[in-house]
Write a protein that binds this ligand. Structure first.
Ligand code: AMP
Length: 151
C-alpha cells in the first residue's frame, strides 16, 4: 500500500479499537491505547495508537494527535525501562508499504533492545505461527503496567 490513500476502517487496529479483535492492553487514556505486539521483535515490544484519529501514517495525523501519542510512548518507554531493564529502547514507525508498514492505522513501536539481535519486523509466518504466547504477553503487560508512573 502506498503512503497516500484513504483510511481503511477494516484494518486490524481499527478492529481492536472497536473490540472486534482482542489485544493485550498495557495502557489506555482518553486518546491513546497501548498494547503488546503479537509478533514481537523483542521481549516487551509494544504499539501505541490513537483511539479517535483515522490516520494511516505520520503524514496524516494531526499535530495534536501526534503529541498525545508521543506522550504515551514516553510514558510506556519509561515503564518498560523500569520493568524489563533493557540495554536500550528503539522507538520507530513506518510510512507506506515500501517503507515496511503492514498495518495502516498510524502506530509507534516501542521495542526494548537487549544484548543480541532483534527478530525481524512483522514476522507473521505463513499461518501466523510467529505469534507470541498469550500468557507470556499478559505477563509482560502486567510487569510494564506495574511500572507505569503517573504524571
Ligand atoms: P507495521 O509493519 O509498522 O505497520 O507494524 C504493524 C505491527 O503490528 C507489526 O509489528 C505486527 O507484528 C503487529 N501486529 C499485527 N497484527 C497484530 C495484532 N492483531 N495485535 C498486535 N499486533 C499486531
Amino acid at each position: 500500500m502506498s503512503i497516500d490513500g484513504a483510511y481503511d476502517t477494516e484494518n486490524i487496529f481499527a478492529k481492536i479499537l472497536r473490540e472486534e479483535m482482542p489485544c493485550v492492553k498495557v495502557y489506555e487514556d482518553e486518546n491513546t491505547l497501548a498494547f503488546m505486539d503479537v509478533f514481537p521483535q523483542s521481549r516487551g515490544h509494544m504499539l501505541v495508537i490513537h483511539k479517535h484519529e483515522q490516520a494511516r501514517n505520520l503524514l496524516d495525523i494531526s499535530s495534536c494527535g501526534l503529541k498525545q501519542i508521543m506522550k504515551s510512548v514516553q510514558k510506556l518507554a519509561r515503564a518498560a525501562n523500569i520493568a524489563l531493564s533493557p540495554d536500550g529502547i528503539i522507538i520507530t514507525q513506518f510510512n507506506g508499504g515500501p517503507a515496511g508498514q503492514t498495518v495502516y492505522h498510524f502506530h509507534v513501536h516501542i521495542i526494548p533492545k537487549y544484548h543480541g539481535g532483534l527478530k525481524p519486523h512483522a514476522q507473521m509466518g505463513d499461518n501466523g505461527d510467529g505469534m507470541a504466547d498469550r500468557d507470556e504477553l499478559n505477563m509482560l503487560a502486567t510487569q510494564i503496567k506495574s511500572a507505569l508512573i503517573t504524571d
